[in-house]
Design a protein around this ligand. Structure first.
Ligand SMILES: [Zn+2]
Ligand SMILES: [Zn+2]
Length: 499
């Protein structure tokens, strides 16, 4: 029955899957790479010897994986095949640290050879290479205020400073702090980025077209209160998606506020990447998913361009964890984004635990990875085949800052059971109706939509504040020539809109 029973190349039923390398019985205790040392780990069906020395098989395998994703975006287009060492960029680099194994291994791997230190002179005549980046910054986004986990700021500060990286810690609630970019710029010794403060906006989630309101400047809510208000008013399964956008948004703000940053390195492992493929597809992120998965992509923001590189894209969480264990680096992989926002509402069956698609996928992949070790690779290979078919410079979704699909509302109107603009009675627009819904991508529109159309699930009429970049993004979208914008949204416009 299985293809393995057929002789190779027989007729058109040729076996196309490469056969898996077997670990032969007689080699079982020996490293398959050097064939001398005793093996300790099995990584992707290959046995490897212990870490400890820099020429160890495991260590060199990880380094090769890192070079494969780190070098190509740093090399000129015509040099990609040769894999030379990248030339100095003359700029600085920002590393995202989460305290997880992926980002900790990334910082540990990259800091020595690629990032310069203050006052350090490299002797290139003795075979030392010039650092690719003049200085390294590390940023940590602290979610402890909403997740209830202990803050890892102190641990990461010590970890980063030991490796010659300057450390910045921002909190999730800083996404509502209009002074954030100025504060971060001041840390870097700069003073710019003052013009960033677009008007802070709030949204009414009870209306299907999500009208935007400007937040009164007299509002006394602290950033943390604003974040909690937004989280609480979203359906519980939507909250992890919002936190993921807040993470990306804050990394973008910090990357632009610090001086002369050319690259943002993130430690997303292949395991996390596989979760992104499955959860992203399930939550309706399919349109921009190829851009999310790309190993290098520009951060969406006007002005200076920063490129985000997923350095650990070819390294699994297991490998990263082994690396950190070998280097005695303390790591914490738990995010606990489920059940944030205070008092998760109980569902109809009285169960309190909220399971978001993100959390379910994480558990599913972790479980499957034990019994079927090639799961992650297979999912990622499928994800890598996805191509983005839209225009790269098309309009961006104000919330997730990725290109929007052309017909999110239209599509939802045909497929969803919840109330929508043009349906039902809830569209009596205020005089200054400024709907957010037509600007959103499908996934973000879903994120703001109540789970059911039942009255008890409807959010309160109280407007809730949105992260600070949403207002700026909405303004940017408004600057699109009106005729073009009207064409884009013509079919979604509400009749009594006087714009
Ligand atoms: Zn070996
Ligand atoms: Zn979006």
């Amino acid at each position: 029955m299985s293809c393995a029973n057929q002789p190779d190349g027989q007729g058109d039923e040729a076996v196309v899957m490469p056969r898996r390398k077997r670990v032969y019985q007689r080699e079982k205790g020996v490293c398959q790479r050097c064939r001398t040392n005793k093996c300790l780990y099995i990584v992707r069906s290959v046995t490897m010897c212990r870490v400890l020395t820099s020429s160890g098989c495991f260590e060199s395998a990880v380094r090769v994986s890192v070079v494969k994703s780190l070098h190509p975006p740093l090399l000129p287009a015509d040099a990609r095949s040769a894999q030379p060492f990248p030339r100095p960029t003359g700029a600085n680099v920002l590393l995202a640290l989460s305290a997880g194994a992926g980002s900790s291994a990334l910082a540990d791997l990259v800091h020595e050879r690629y990032v310069g230190r203050d006052g350090e002179v490299r002797d290139t005549t003795r075979g030392q290479r010039e650092a690719v980046w003049e200085r390294g910054w590390a940023v940590h986004v602290d979610f402890s205020a909403v997740t209830g986990l202990p803050s890892r700021e102190g641990l990461l500060r010590a970890f980063a400073e030991e490796r010659g990286l300057r450390f910045v810690c921002v909190r999730a609630e800083d996404s509502f702090d209009p002074l954030l970019s100025r504060r971060v710029a001041a840390l870097g010794g700069g003073t710019e980025e003052g013009s960033d403060d677009a008007e802070a906006v709030a949204v009414r989630l009870d209306e299907p077209d999500l009208p935007l309101l400007s937040t009164p400047s007299s509002s006394t809510a602290t950033p943390l209160e604003s974040l909690q208000a937004l989280l609480t008013s979203l359906p519980p399964p939507s909250r992890p998606a919002l936190l993921a956008h807040i993470l990306d948004g804050l990394l973008g703000v910090v990357a632009h506020a610090l001086p002369n940053i050319s690259h943002l390195l993130v430690g997303e492992t292949s395991t996390r990447e596989a979760q992104r493929v499955i959860a992203g597809t399930a939550t309706g992120r399919g349109w921009a998913l190829p851009l999310e998965l790309a190993s290098s992509a520009p951060l969406p923001r006007a002005g200076r361009t920063v490129t985000r590189i997923k350095v650990m894209k070819n390294v699994s969480l297991k490998e990263a964890a082994i690396w950190c264990h070998g280097r005695r680096v303390e790591t914490y992989n738990e995010r606990r984004w489920d059940g944030t926002g205070g008092g998760a509402r109980r569902d109809a069956r009285g169960k309190g635990a909220t399971a978001s698609i993100e959390a379910l996928t994480e558990r599913f992949i972790a479980g499957l990875n034990v019994s079927h070790p090639s799961t992650v690779t297979t999912i990622n290979k499928t994800g890598d085949k996805l191509c983005f078919v839209g225009e790269a410079d098309g309009p961006l979704c104000p919330v997730c800052q990725l290109p929007v699909d052309a017909s999110a509302i239209d599509w939802k109107a045909r497929s969803a059971l919840t109330s929508l603009p043009g349906k039902g009675d809830g569209v009596a627009a205020a005089p200054s109706a400024d709907p957010l819904a037509p600007l959103l991508c499908y996934a973000c529109l879903t994120m703001f939509t109540p789970l059911t159309a039942a009255q008890k699930d409807r959010p309160t009429a109280e407007p809730v504040p949105l992260p600070l970049w949403v207002g700026a993004r909405v303004q940017e979208r408004r600057h699109v020539p009106p005729s073009e914008l009207r064409d884009q949204v013509a079919q979604f416009l509400i009749d009594d809109d006087d714009e």
